[in-house]
Design a protein around this ligand. Structure first.
Ligand code: ADP
Ligand code: ZN
Length: 721
């Protein structure tokens, strides 16, 4: 009899066996519909020997209902799913769900109705209708989308449909994307770039697994070199995946890509509309999507014919997912390339220590771009010791940086102030009674956002309107903002330079592709004098007139218990410094700090990257930290404090006693409450020889917990809160 074993999207149930009815053909990777009780579920046919489960006799099997009209998932992708689940101690189901991430795509070919102007005019031309008609010139979309474009209600547009002013058009949901052309605008590469690009092109040509670390200073033209690799992959008829750490960066990338290849790539991220998601998914699976640029979730899509993977800004922390499957997209990208047998390029000006170590041990091939493109100089970097050069009372910008800002404004050049903190102030308290505004769901202060007039929790999204009086003692007008956020720095700039044109750049202000595009256009056109921003402005942007960068508080990232704090500070400051002096005029960087003697600050000021990496490498080696040892975290949470504590203690009490794994905790997490859940943590520090995932699976697998307790495993954690 013909049987099939299914991986289904319910981790609690495990794999299930079914009968393949006569006339139905399935193979491993086929996406099928099967009955489960009274319901229908979607599953993926899997190799039986790779997915052990209790055998069910033939007579008990229910028949599969249908195969879905999508290509079977390739063996390479199935192996990636297995590897990811195994490495990150996640269920196969939760990883597979990231692959089948478009419900619409699974339903097969479809059409939809869109509307466009017919050229006719309505009987009664109200001002609102006229405005809508003007706004919709050349547009074609669904009524809902058109309503967004025209800024009028859907009702108004339906009225126009009834009057024949808007006409329906049937469109294919899977209409092909514009083709990109590898020969559209070939650049002239510098000798350094040419050498690197040639190496990439040869690797793409060879079609073998080849991991590269592209280590090039900011502004060295890394993008142009991997564009040559993409061109080669295109000429081979293969697909390319480019991972970017931040959607906000995509805008600038898209434009550059289009300049080089004559058409935009296909974009993939979590906030795509469902119709775009389905179209992209199906084009990717069909092999017609030539180049996909996306956030980390693009990694698990079912590429038909992948030829190259690029991870840009590969050191970025945001490649690590911190909920659900806690994977690191940078590392999974390398595994994907390995299973596919193709090259992968990790590009960065400040590579992660882990990546450098892989290069040092010969596993990654390191390629270096040592100088900026076109002869631009790297900026000069100076520290400002805040304990000596004090800002005025109630201010955060020291006199020397104030002078530099004035100087740039007078010369018509741009400045950038970096502070990695959104909002106006991180803490609000009552001057009268000392009351502090705290999130009701998290152990965190509420951050004041003055532009949007709210107090917000940056962990759970809780918001309130700031009250007139203290909620504790009732005293009016007694609330004070403590500490700076970017809005407060911007306010300070307004006072220092009243005539300067300011832009605040954070995820609050650049929250859509349109706003990102507008910001870039204004900055490039010289319509902005001073940019004040969070880590969002540290990378990717290229503004030739930007000649001054001020790091408002370099010590911020060094506080707290983050085990990568020094490395992250180094990367952030080096990246933001890299925005200065990218054009013809030289750049200058000031780092404000209370600890100029700290080794990371000293290394930044001296421009001595090697010294920093060497010192940090030694410290990590000594501590048995990555890449020399391994970390893993176990996070226990519950809405009930005692339940969380008891579960954590039970895990602690049954800890295995192993020579090569040190287990710390349980202890209350630094963020001891998050979204209404109390949290405890254990931290494992393992030698590389230890099978830490197996240890954790055996250990936790022997325990069971009350319903309300969640136990999450974080392999190679980046977050320690
Ligand atoms: P990186 O990513 O290494 O910081 P970019 O790739 O952004 O550097 O390059 C810096 C600037 O130099 C960009 O404006 C880019 O367009 C330009 N550039 C780099 N290489 C070339 C080239 N071969 N020809 C023309 N312009 C180039
Ligand atoms: Zn909260």
């Amino acid at each position: 009899m013909n049987r099939a074993r299914l991986l289904i999207f319910n981790a609690a149930l495990g794999p299930l066996d079914y009968r393949v009815p006569d006339g139905m053909v399935v193979e491993p990777g086929s996406v099928v519909v099967a009955p489960l009780g009274p319901r229908q579920i979607v599953g993926i046919v899997w190799e039986e020997d790779r997915l052990p489960t209790q055998s069910v006799p033939d007579s008990k099997l229910r028949p599969l209902l249908a195969t879905l009209p999508v290509p079977p998932l390739k063996a390479e992708l199935r192996r990636l799913i297995e590897w990811t689940a195994d490495y990150y101690c996640a269920s196969l189901a939760s990883v597979a769900r990231m692959v089948l991430s478009s419900g619409g795509a699974l339903r097969g070919p479809a059409t939809t109705i869109e509307y466009r102007l017919s050229g006719g005019m309505p009987e009664r031309l109200t001002p609102q209708r006229l405005a809508a008609i003007e706004a919709l010139e050349g547009e074609q979309a669904t009524i809902r989308e058109l309503s967004g474009i025209a800024g009028v209600s859907e009702g108004v547009l339906r009225g126009l449909v009834n009057q024949g002013v808007l006409e329906p058009v049937e469109v294919d949901c899977d209409r092909p994307y514009q083709l990109v052309d590898p020969g559209f605008a070939e650049p002239e590469l510098s000798d350094d770039q040419r050498e690197v690009a040639d190496r990439f092109v040869a690797a793409v040509e060879e079609r073998k697994f080849a991991p590269f670390l592209l280590d090039g200073v900011t502004g060295s033209g890394k993008t142009e070199t991997y564009f040559e690799a993409i061109a080669r992959s295109l000429r081979n008829g293969q697909q390319t995946l480019v991972l970017l750490p931040e959607i906000a960066l995509t805008e600038a990338f898209l434009r550059r890509f289009e300049d080089r290849f004559g058409a935009p790539p296909i974009v993939w991220h979590s906030s795509l509309k469902s119709t775009e998601r389905r179209r992209a998914w199906r084009a990717i699976a069909a092999g017609t999507a030539q180049v996909v640029v996306g956030a980390r979730s693009a990694l698990f899509l079912p590429y038909a014919n992948l030829g190259l993977v690029v991870v840009d800004e590969a050191h970025e922390v945001s490649f690590k997912q911190d909920d659900g499957v806690r994977y690191n997209a940078r590392d999974v990208a390398v595994m994907r390339a390995r299973f596919e047998g193709i090259p992968v390029i990790l590009a960065s000006a400040t590579p992660a220590l882990e990546s450098l170590q892989m290069a040092q041990s010969g596993i990654y091939e390191k390629l270096v771009l040592p100088a900026r493109f076109g002869g631009a100089e790297l900026p000069s970097i100076d520290t400002i010791n805040l304990t000596e050069e004090k800002p005025e009372r109630g201010r955060w910008i020291s006199p020397r940086l104030v002078e530099a800002l004035k100087d740039r404004l007078a010369k018509g050049e741009q400045s950038l102030l970096f502070l990695n903190r959104r909002g106006y102030a991180p803490l609000t308290l009552c001057r009268h009674c000392g009351f502090r505004f705290q999130c009701p769901n998290c152990s965190a202060w509420l951050v004041e956002h003055r532009l949007s007039r709210r107090l917000a929790c940056h962990h759970c999204g809780h918001e309130t309107v700031p009250p007139e009086a203290c909620p504790e003692c009732g005293e009016p007008d007694c609330l004070v903002a403590c500490g700076p956020g970017v809005e407060r720095i911007a306010h300070e700039v307004e006072e220092i330079l009243p005539e300067a044109r300011l832009a605040i750049v954070t995820s609050d202000t650049l929250n859509s592709p349109e706003k990102a595009a507008q910001f870039i256009a204004e900055a490039e056109a010289g319509a902005i004098d001073v940019i004040v921003g969070t880590q969002l402005v540290t990378k990717g942007f290229h503004f030739p007139e930007l000649t001054l960068v001020g790091v408002v508080d370099a010590d911020l990232g060094l506080e707290g218990g983050d085990l990568r704090a020094a490395e992250r500070t180094y990367q952030q400051v080096a990246q933001v410094a890299g925005r200065a002096g990218r054009g013809a005029k030289p750049g200058e960087v000031f780092i404000q700090t209370r600890h100029p003697e700290a080794s990371v600050i000293a290394a930044l000021a001296a421009g001595d990257r090697d010294a920093f990496y060497e010192a940090e490498t030694e410290a990590r080696r000594h501590a048995g930290a990555p890449p020399f040892g391994r970390w893993a975290a176990i996070i226990v949470s519950s809405e009930d404090e005692s339940e969380a504590r008891e579960a954590a203690n039970r895990i602690g009490a049954t800890r295995p006693n192993l020579e090569d794994v040190m287990i710390l905790g349980p202890a209350p997490a630094p963020l001891s409450m998050l979204r209404g859940r109390y949290r405890y943590r254990l931290l494992l520090n393992a030698r590389r020889s230890a099978e830490v995932q197996q240890v954790i699976r055996d250990w936790l697998g022997a325990l069971s917990f009350p319903q309300g307790v969640r136990v999450a495993v974080d392999i190679d954690p980046y977050s320690f809160v």
